[in-house]
Design a protein around this ligand. Structure first.
Ligand SMILES: [Zn+2]
Ligand SMILES: [Zn+2]
Length: 141
């Protein structure tokens, strides 16, 4: 017999207990009118969407945390903060990044224009598998 969750369902069938796929957090962030869900409450794309709505004089809605399974099938994954998930495989482009003045191995995920002619680079740290954002000056292939 399969193991059952506290809701008496098979784990994979329970929306509350089912684990998110790799690259998606257990809790994600949405706004009422947004099309995407975000792994990070401070995702640049989420913030940009809020700015855009403000400039157009639209109501901006507060950012709310949701269990991933509640929004996963009805909204798209954000291209920026869910990039690892969207790659459909683990990143394998080796690079090094400088964190606290130390260069450590990482895998390149994506980069984006930030501001002031700088780019920021999203990487997965090789040892911890944590996702980090670094300035392009702190990144080398
Ligand atoms: Zn359950
Ligand atoms: Zn995002």
């Amino acid at each position: 017999m399969s193991e059952r969750c506290i809701h008496d369902l098979i784990f994979d069938h329970c929306a509350d207990c089912k684990k998110p796929p790799k690259g998606i957090n257990e809790f994600v962030y949405v706004t009422e009118q947004g099309q995407a869900f975000h792994n990070w409450s401070d995702c640049a794309f989420l913030v940009a969407g809020q700015d855009f709505a403000e400039r157009k004089g639209l109501d901006t809605h507060e950012v709310v945390a949701k269990k991933w399974s509640l929004v996963f099938s009805v909204r798209g994954a954000c291209e920026w903060c869910c990039a690892v998930y969207l790659m459909k495989k683990l990143p394998d482009l080796e690079s090094i990044v400088r964190i606290n003045s130390e260069w450590i191995p990482a895998y390149y995920v994506r980069d984006r224009y930030k501001a002031n002619y700088r780019r920021e680079v999203q990487v997965v740290l090789k040892n911890s598998e944590n996702i980090k954002l670094v300035d392009e000056g702190d990144f080398k292939h």
